[in-house]
Write a protein that binds this ligand. Structure first.
Ligand SMILES: [Zn+2]
Length: 87
């Protein structure tokens, strides 16, 4: 009888462990932003100003109104900001 309880406990523990592996909970924000950074490095991005596609590792990052924008060059970023101020 005592053995059965131990087996039940082990099965329950294994089930919980498996569930946490299949459905990972929310990760710390630091880790998420690090992962995003890696994804951006490997992906082609579109410059919102000149509409050119370029590799993410060359992106010029701009954070504006809580949104992340990526530009192909500092010139595009500056032109985008200038156009934004005008409108
Ligand atoms: Zn550009």
């Amino acid at each position: 009888m005592f053995r059965l309880i131990i087996i039940c406990g082990l099965v329950w523990f294994a089930y919980k462990k498996l569930k946490s592996l299949i459905l990972p909970g929310p990760r710390p924000s630091q880790k998420v932003s690090g992962q995003n950074r890696q994804v951006i490095d490997d992906v082609m991005l579109q410059d919102p100003f000149c509409k050119t596609y370029f590799p993410g590792r060359d992106a010029v990052h701009l954070r504006i109104d809580g949104k992340d924008l990526y530009f192909c060059s500092t010139r595009c970023r500056d032109s985008f900001l200038a156009a934004r101020i005008k409108s």
